[in-house]
Design a protein around this ligand. Structure first.
Ligand code: AMP
Length: 416
């Protein structure tokens, strides 16, 4: 028997209620905040991702890479930001008034060790505001992410923010961090040994218990910010306060990719144990330029839909059920089946969701199916009803039945 590949899952109809709910809120809020949808392909040129991450970065190691039949090296989309920036450049969106505000809901693929909240295919809802360095935009993006998560009914959310500086001030901090870490070499976990050499900022978000004490004493990047970055970070906080958004400063928040600058943030649900982020983002003022465009500041976030669903379930948030069919049409006999087919078609044309029985099941088993579909009404057509041009209308919750003219069934249901 085949199974879905490890770390992936099927989304069954009952689970889809969560997806519709989450996607509905995302689309509604993006429209409210002036973000427009943009879809990018499920695979991209491998270099698009490789180019924007440091050597040995998790995202590169975890990427699904393959060659197509022409020998082109491609990768399954691992995150949404680089593809959106590629599309921004490819379609000349820089010619529009800036910032250009976009959103996406995409599958993302990462070859990670599957565990709760960590999969090899997951889905992200993200937004990107490209073409403006205004700190008010950072605050808007943070507010949008927070509002999205809280409007789903999640409580106890907390926002953590940090600034990781710019090309001018970040290198000094990285040097200080390396200097601080070198005496601890023997005590570092294997991953941190690699991080120290290749991606020192990531040392700060190591989850290994043995590395926690070392992180606590590490220098803080906010003490190394240049005056422009300091002013920018203070302004972001000023706007967040003006928007009534509560946040905490956490100097351990860094992002995995090279292209992040200045503001970075995460939103986590409150609770015990290691907190996994529902979403995160930040400013990436160098990415567009690295992809061959003019220097273009930008800011965005991405939130993981599967993790949001886990949080909704943990907090017992009830989501609206998917719409159910209203009517089930049962029949007995060949002539009745023909009438049933015509009736179902009429109902559907009038916008009444209807299901037709199939095959030659007994009336009892047709009613059982109607019950399991949780329809409001079952319409039964037998030989007598065909002869009289009527149908039996059964209210499934009360069990009451009445005989009505066949031609009036649709309008009757519509009225009720
Ligand atoms: P990132 O691009 O790593 O910042 O991811 C953005 C969001 O996607 C995270 O905050 C998570 O909610 C979610 N996410 C990232 N990686 C995974 C994964 N492997 N499985 C499930 N969700 C993920």
């Amino acid at each position: 028997m085949f199974k879905a590949p490890r770390g992936t899952s099927d989304i069954l109809p009952q689970e889809k209620a969560y997806w519709r709910y989450i996607e509905g809120k995302a689309v509604y809020l993006c429209q409210l905040y002036g973000y427009q949808p943009l879809n990018t392909p499920v695979f991209e040129d491998y270099q698009l991702f490789a180019h924007t991450a440091p050597d040995g970065a998790d995202i590169i190691k975890e990427m699904y890479v393959f060659e197509d039949k022409s020998g082109q090296k491609l990768a399954l989309t691992a995150e949404g930001t680089a593809p959106i920036c590629r599309a921004y450049l490819e379609h000349g969106l820089f010619n529009l008034p800036q910032p250009v505000k976009l959103y996406y809901i995409i599958p993302a693929f990462r070859y990670e060790r599957p565990q709760a909240g960590r999969y090899r295919q997951h889905h992200q809802f993200g937004v990107e505001a490209i073409g403006d360095a205004d700190p008010a935009l950072d605050a808007e993006v943070i507010e949008l992410m927070y509002r999205f998560l809280s409007s789903l009914g999640l409580s106890g959310l907390f926002i953590e923010i940090n600034s990781i500086g710019c090309r001018k001030c970040q290198p000094d901090y990285v040097e200080a961090l390396k200097k601080y870490y070198s005496p601890f070499w023997d005590r570092l976990c294997p991953d941190c040994k690699v991080r120290l050499a290749r991606n020192p900022l990531r040392l700060l978000d190591c989850k290994e218990v043995s590395c926690q004490e070392i992180i606590t004493g590490a220098p803080k990047i906010t003490d190394y910010l240049c005056s422009e970055c300091q002013i920018h970070f203070q302004s972001v906080q000023k706007y967040l306060t003006a928007l009534g958004i509560t946040y905490q400063l956490n100097h351990r928040i860094v992002r995995g990719l090279d292209y992040y600058t200045r503001t970075v943030f995460e939103v986590k649900p409150e609770g015990k144990g290691v907190q996994i982020a529902l979403g995160g983002g930040g400013r990436y003022d160098n990415l567009i330029e690295e992809l061959g465009g003019k220097p273009t500041p930008a800011v965005g976030f991405a939130a993981g839909i599967e993790r949001i669903i886990i949080a909704l379930k943990n907090q017992n948030v009830i989501v609206p059920a998917l719409p159910k069919p209203v009517a089930y049409v049962a029949y007995l006999g060949t002539q009745a089946k023909l009438e049933a087919t015509k009736l179902v078609s009429r109902l559907r044309h009038q916008g009444i969701a209807a299901i037709q029985a199939t095959g030659d099941k007994s009336l009892k088993s047709q009613l059982r199916q109607a019950n399991s579909l949780d329809v409001k009404y079952t319409i039964i057509i037998g030989e007598k009803e065909v002869a009289n041009e009527t149908a039996v209308l059964r209210d499934m919750s009360s069990g009451e039945q009445e005989t009505v003219p066949l031609s009036e069934v649709a309008s009757l249901l519509e009225k009720r």
